[in-house]
Design a protein around this ligand. Structure first.
Ligand code: SF4
Length: 392
């Protein structure tokens, strides 16, 4: 439970702040709100109105198979595929201090198995795939996987979320292989804090990857920053400065609970507080119209080349517009980031299942998907996997 405090006192020049009373009152209200009958009413009202908006969405694709449509009418056209459980960093919010039990490599999906399953999803209506991990760039065949995925008929976007440590040197080849967009995780602009949080060196390599991606024409390059109290709240405006001259989309992410990451509500910096910090420093902050399935609340700032976004999974979830599914490195299929239920696609696939049987398993899991996640306090109490094994 001492999580950051030891590291904070060990690093000079790193400001330590306590949770102020307005935040405590916000969190207490938030907790009461999560448990009130009104919340459930609001949740359902919001859910159905957004689902209604989704059904009126002109870009809604009539060719999406029933397999990908859940009982709330949400179309799941976005698949996140975790390529590995391994990582070259040890981020505190992603991996427990004691490490995780990694599946033996024979339990992980092979390249051919990934392509077979991806093809099943794409021919059913998935049009965007994101590669995650662990750290996807440490998988030796990532270029071949990109090349084969990007040639699937119907796939419009192939993205990656990476920590950026090994990206810069692989980027030219990955671009050739069809990688169309890049998210790079970076939680601090201070090298000493980076080493504390990731338990590894490499801050300069991450920055190099961000600028190399820009040089290769990725626009925008998205920078994912998990904001945690007593760690990086004081850097929010420094991150915003990255957007002034470069096509960078900085995405401030609320700290989320996963197994072993010692989540604590006091470390959560709510969207409203992050937005206040940005709004009080920058004039001309303007909300950009979001797509119904956007996870981010997007803003532009007058005179800035890039943009700023907030991922508000904890204080203002966006489950009503959810279009995401997850295929984990061991072949388990997961319909919700915070839902503990998983079903293996690897086992039936290796037992010789036909596509039709796999479609039935996938469709049944999608139909069981819940309207929304259970709320941060319940999520924190529910057994799920560590983020490193889910892929975010
Ligand atoms: S919590 Fe689950 S339902 Fe909500 S947006 Fe995330 S994946 Fe979708």
């Amino acid at each position: 439970m001492v999580f950051f405090s030891r590291g904070v006192s060990a690093l000079s020049g790193w400001r330590c702040r306590r949770v102020n009373s307005s935040v405590i009152s916000y969190l207490l209200n938030d907790f009461k709100a999560w448990n009130s009958p009104d919340r459930h009413h609001d949740l359902l009202t919001g859910m159905y109105s957004t689902c209604a908006k989704l059904s009126e969405d002109p870009s809604r694709d009539a060719s999406v198979s029933d397999m990908l449509i859940d009982s709330f009418g949400r179309m799941h056209t976005y698949l996140r595929i975790s390529l590995t459980e391994r990582c070259n960093l040890r981020c505190q919010y992603c991996m427990p201090a004691e490490g995780v039990d990694l599946a033996p490599s024979s339990h992980l999906l092979s390249q051919d198995e990934i392509i077979r399953l991806a093809n099943l999803f794409v021919t059913s209506g998935v049009n965007k795939i994101r590669l995650t991990g662990g750290e996807p760039t440490i998988r030796k065949d990532i270029e071949e996987i990109c090349s084969r995925l990007s040639s699937l008929d119907g796939l419009k976007a192939l993205a990656v979320t990476t920590n950026g440590i090994a990206l810069a040197r692989k980027l030219p080849k990955l671009k050739e292989c069809g990688l169309s967009s890049i998210n790079i995780s970076l939680d601090t602009l201070v090298p000493a804090k980076f080493e504390f949080m990731t338990r590894r060196k490499g801050h300069n390599k991450v920055l190099e990857s961000i600028y190399t991606a820009i040089d290769h024409g990725y626009d925008p390059v998205k920078v994912n920053c998990v904001v945690m109290r007593d760690f990086n709240v004081d850097e929010i405006c420094d991150f915003v400065e990255l957007t002034r001259m470069k096509p960078i989309n900085v995405r401030f992410i609320e700290f989320m609970p996963f197994d072993g990451n010692v989540w604590n509500v006091k470390k959560l910096v709510p969207y409203s507080e992050m937005l206040d910090i940005v709004a009080s420093h920058y004039h001309g902050l303007e909300r950009i119209k979001d797509h119904p399935s956007d996870t981010a609340k997007n803003y532009r700032i007058e005179g800035h080349c890039g943009t700023v976004s907030f991922i508000t999974s904890m204080t203002e979830h966006f489950c009503a517009g959810c279009n995401r599914l997850r295929l984990l490195a061991d072949g388990n299929f997961k319909v919700c980031l915070f839902g503990p239920s998983e079903v293996s696609l690897r086992d039936p696939l290796r037992a010789g299942a036909e596509d039709m049987e796999l479609r039935e398993i996938i469709g049944a899991a999608v139909k069981r998907k819940k309207a929304a996640h259970a709320g941060m306090f319940d999520i924190a109490k529910t057994a799920n996997r560590p983020m490193i094994q889910i892929g975010g």
